[in-house]
Design a protein. Structure first.
Length: 285
């Protein structure tokens, strides 16, 4: 988990904070909750915390693995330290679990297809998810705010990443947003991606710590099994197999091969380990 300390421009902050995403989003919460922000607010300016949110907050990791996973995550506060902007340019999803009662951004806001798919997969799960490339403005003081990694969200997001990267490869490296074409609303392929994304999300239940505190198997192995990419025809594998005739970009063999590649498996294993260990440090909110 991450705690946010109200230290302004504290020593030890990254001298080159990540560039915020270009697409602004906002949070709409129940007016009775402490997370209410009633207006869209643009992200902090490129480079450092500035503009509406000039104060850089110090992120305090609650374990070493989480400290490694937070690269690219920045949190900025307004001048009164009463509203914060969570800017996520890391490679995984972060969950804002305090203050309680935050709701997802408005469905009318434009987001990339993979983000839209992920939010559909995650449904009404507790906490506010801030996906890679997204940001969220929350009305809260630094002391009220808390972020954490989540193993289900991590593997659900990595599943969509697997499909996007594999589809891109099958198109010989053309610069296209594979999911934008494959995951159009109402398309049969979207149903496949939702099915497989949920399989990845649910795969987190297989990642249990043994008595020594180590994972029983590599997270990627569990994910491949849950997706039906390791010899078992689970729901995802069946859905992909049935769709191959009309979605040639999604082939079970291509996905299975890509899921074994070192660069992808290393990142997935690292993120999943960080998420699982973070969950054991303190009780869920």
């Amino acid at each position: 988990m991450l705690l946010l300390m109200p230290a302004v421009l504290a020593i030890g902050c990254n001298p080159d904070p990540p560039r915020p995403p270009s697409t602004p989003t906002s949070i709409t919460a129940d007016p009775t909750t402490p997370g209410e922000v009633s207006r869209p607010v643009p992200p902090t300016s490129a480079g450092a915390c500035a503009g509406l949110f000039p104060n850089t907050l110090t992120l305090v990791a609650e374990n070493f693995a989480e400290a490694l996973a937070q690269t690219g995550l920045a949190v900025c506060a307004d001048r009164g330290l009463r509203v914060v902007d969570v800017v996520n340019n890391s490679s995984t999803v972060w969950i804002v679990d305090r203050p309680a009662g935050l709701e997802p951004p408005s469905a009318t806001l434009s987001v990339p297809t993979d983000v839209s798919l992920f939010r559909e997969i995650r449904g009404g799960a507790a906490g506010l998810a801030v996906e890679p490339g997204q940001h969220a403005v929350v009305e809260a003081t630094p002391a009220q705010l808390h972020l954490r990694l989540d193993k289900s969200s991590t593997l659900g997001w990595q599943t969509l990443t697997l499909f996007k990267d594999s589809a891109g490869e099958s198109r010989q490296g053309k610069v296209v947003d594979a999911l934008a074409n494959l995951g159009a609303k109402g398309s049969p392929t979207r149903k496949v991606l939702i099915t497989c994304g949920r399989a990845g999300y649910e795969a987190a239940d297989l990642l249990l710590d043994d008595p020594a505190g180590h994972l029983q198997e590599e997270p990627t192995q569990s994910l491949r099994k849950s997706l039906g990419l390791a010899g078992k025809l689970e729901k995802c594998g069946v859905a992909v197999k049935e769709s191959e005739s009309w979605t040639p970009e999604l082939k079970l063999g291509v996905l299975a091969e890509h899921a074994k590649r070192l660069s992808w498996t290393e990142q997935t294993n690292s993120l999943a380990r960080a998420a699982v260990r973070a969950m054991t440090v303190a009780p869920r909110i």
